[in-house]
Design a protein around this ligand. Structure first.
Ligand code: CP
Ligand code: NVA
Length: 306
């Protein structure tokens, strides 16, 4: 049985296999001919943090596949009152067929998976957001940006950045990360990525100059400066991230037809200017829709590998 907790656990071939499946599933969905791959299965969806996209896409996704989603907020679960993750896992996974969890520490996901009888999917942790990257890569494929991509990530060294590190280092493309001083990526995750890059041929560049990162990039991406759980740091972060907004001038350094991706929610005129956001809104909202199709592929793939 496999879990989907981080792209670190997946080979290039497996990632591309899931992307191919997502393309097939999206086509079937658009034609109204999606096979009920997960007929009568139940997906438990545990949320310890807020969500719009992750909740809607998983719940609609499992429904489209012939199953049922069960929304479980930690505010309502005994988990929120201190019942251990490992007990929650041993109860819930005797009753459902698959589980998605959005939580804080990656170790909580790992703990749940250790005691789980069914495949577990990360719906984001403080360390990674792997299902988002599957949607992002699917969007790159659709916009024909998957051939020799040069991706510039400008902003906070967070769960999104770490997932980009995994995707690039597994698939073997160039990723340039620019973060302000003090907001660098996690060193252990970077080292893992550099190890994978030796095998895949990926070029990983880490620095603090956003302009340098964007020069000639084929894809520019960013994320909020204030992730969930960091609300108290907002004022300080806004000061520290001065010069890191992706605006027209920044995009002008990238290739003329460069795409701009954002996992959303976006904070206009902080990490991205209103102008850049609206100019690239087709790509951004295709990316958001692709959460639905990419995650259906992840669920079907995990079901095939149990
Ligand atoms: N991108 C993303 O995961 O969005 P939500 O927080 O709305 O789920
Ligand atoms: N880095 C953001 C991503 C939101 C989808 C956060 O963790 O809040």
């Amino acid at each position: 049985m496999r879990h989907f907790l981080t792209l670190k656990d997946f080979s290039k071939e497996e990632i591309l296999e899931i992307i191919d499946l997502a393309i097939k599933i999206k086509k079937q969905t658009k034609k109204g001919k999606l096979k009920p791959y997960l007929k009568d299965q139940t997906l438990g969806m545990i949320f310890e943090k807020s969500s719009t996209r992750t909740r809607v896409s998983f719940e609609v996704g499992i429904h489209q596949l012939g199953g049922k989603g069960l929304f479980l907020s930690s505010n309502d679960l005994q988990l929120g009152r201190g019942e251990p993750m490992k007990d929650t896992a041993r109860v819930i996974t005797r009753m459902v067929d698959m589980v998605m969890i959005r939580t804080f520490e990656q170790s909580k996901l790992e703990e749940f998976a250790k005691y789980s009888k069914v495949p577990v999917i990360s719906g984001l942790s403080d360390s990674y957001h792997p299902v988002q990257l599957m949607a992002d890569y699917l969007t790159m494929v659709e916009y024909k940006k998957d051939k020799n991509p040069v991706v510039a990530y400008v902003g906070d060294g967070n769960n999104m950045t770490h997932s980009w590190l995994m995707l690039a280092s597994k698939l073997g493309f160039e990723l340039r990360i620019a973060t302000p001083k003090g907001y660098e990526v996690d060193e252990a995750i970077l080292n893992d990525a550099l190890e994978f890059a030796k095998q895949s041929g990926a070029v990983i560049k880490v620095g603090s100059d956003p302009k340098e990162a964007c020069k000639g990039a084929t894809v520019v991406t960013t994320d909020t400066w204030v992730s969930m759980g960091q609300e108290d740091e907002k004022e300080q972060r806004v000061k520290d991230f001065a010069g890191f907004m992706v605006d027209k001038q920044m995009m002008a350094l990238a290739q003329d037809d460069a795409m701009f991706l954002h996992c959303l929610p976006a904070y206009r005129d902080y990490e991205v200017s209103e102008e850049v956001f609206e100019e690239h809104s087709d790509e951004i909202f295709d990316e958001a829709e692709n959460r639905l199709h990419a995650q259906k592929a992840v669920m079907v793939w995990l079901d095939l590998h149990r």
